[in-house]
Design a protein around this ligand. Structure first.
Ligand SMILES: Nc1ncnc2c1ncn2[C@@H]1O[C@H](COP(=O)(O)OP(=O)(O)OP(=O)(O)O)[C@@H](O)[C@H]1O
Ligand SMILES: Cc1ncc(CO)c(N)n1
Length: 268
């Protein structure tokens, strides 16, 4: 089995962050490991508090893993602060981490700043050059490129200018545009479009985390980047289709629908 690491924040309600990533890894048959960057008090209705983990303890968690265990891929999610970002970047370089997926998490669906706005430039400068692939949603791509994105053509232009910042591949996610949910993938030469019809649901908590974790799982299992991205898009689409009405707000997606169905554990 391949070992895949998530470096991200904890979501107490289990729909996003570390918890979504580990469920996604389990559903993909890879062994999941975690470095927790921050603890959030969060549920389907909002984020109520955040405690950042110190850079020293983040560095120790990374050392504990890389000193002992082969890491096939790394996914980076919520990184909170400039010092957190610098610590992660230095450690990943020290250990020569491969197959690095950067999900540039900035603001939660409920509007909470999970990344200190003052740390946006550090995320771009320190983490994007280390990324095998970076997966911004539209608002994140707007911050990175400092421009407005309202069409697929503007997503293409954004993917190209984000590519110029150093990542080997870019996936601009279209979940925030109206109409079909088309993601734009750019490998430095050509664009590929990952289309899915828009699923009419409120249960989309953690979709971005899940997609990036699924890409990391695919890379860890040895898939080429484009195949890992396509497989991850199929996975997130099924997970959204069978999203769970848990809590009073934006519920989580279903990580194990296909597996449970095959095992005869669910009938619908
Ligand atoms: N209603 C929907 N129907 C179909 N696909 C969707 C829907 N919403 C999001 N997606 C898909 O889910 C994936 C995640 O995209 P999205 O833009 O929602 O990420 P995000 O905003 O980073 O998520 P998060 O809130 O977890 O940060 C993309 O592949 C997107 O196309
Ligand atoms: C901890 C955490 N990471 C990422 C997200 C995605 O928005 C979230 N809601 N919470």
């Amino acid at each position: 089995m391949k070992n895949v690491l998530t470096i991200a924040g904890s979501d107490s309600s289990g729909g996003a962050g570390i918890q979504a990533d580990l469920k996604t890894f389990a559903a993909h048959g890879v062994f999941g490991m975690s470095v927790i960057t921050a603890i959030t008090a969060q549920n389907t209705q909002g984020v109520f508090a955040v405690q950042d983990v110190t850079p020293e303890v983040i560095a120790k968690q990374i050392d504990a893993i890389f000193d002992d265990i082969e890491v096939a891929a790394v996914k980076i999610g919520m990184v909170s602060q400039i010092d957190t970002i610098k610590t992660i970047a230095a450690k990943l370089q020290e250990y020569g981490a491969k197959n690095v997926v950067v999900d540039p998490v900035m603001v939660s669906k409920s509007g909470y700043h999970l990344l200190n706005p003052a740390a946006e430039a550090a995320l771009v400068q320190e983490l994007l050059p280390l990324a095998t692939i970076v997966t911004p949603n539209i608002p994140e791509a707007e911050v990175i490129t400092q421009g407005k994105i309202t069409t697929v053509e503007e997503m293409e232009a954004a993917a190209r200018s984000i590519y110029a910042l150093g990542p080997k591949h870019v996936l601009v996610k279209g979940g925030h545009l109206d109409g079909d949910s088309t993601d734009v993938f750019f490998d430095g030469e050509k664009y590929t479009y990952l289309k899915s019809r828009r699923i009419d649901t409120k249960n989309t908590h953690g979709t971005g985390c899940t997609l990036s974790a699924a890409i990391a799982a695919g890379l860890g299992r040895g898939l080429p980047v484009d195949q890992a991205v396509h497989a991850a898009k199929e996975y997130i689409t099924i997970a959204i289709e069978h999203g769970l009405t848990i809590g009073k707000g934006v519920g989580p997606t279903h990580h194990f629908y296909t597996l449970y169905k095959k095992a005869g554990m669910i009938s619908d």
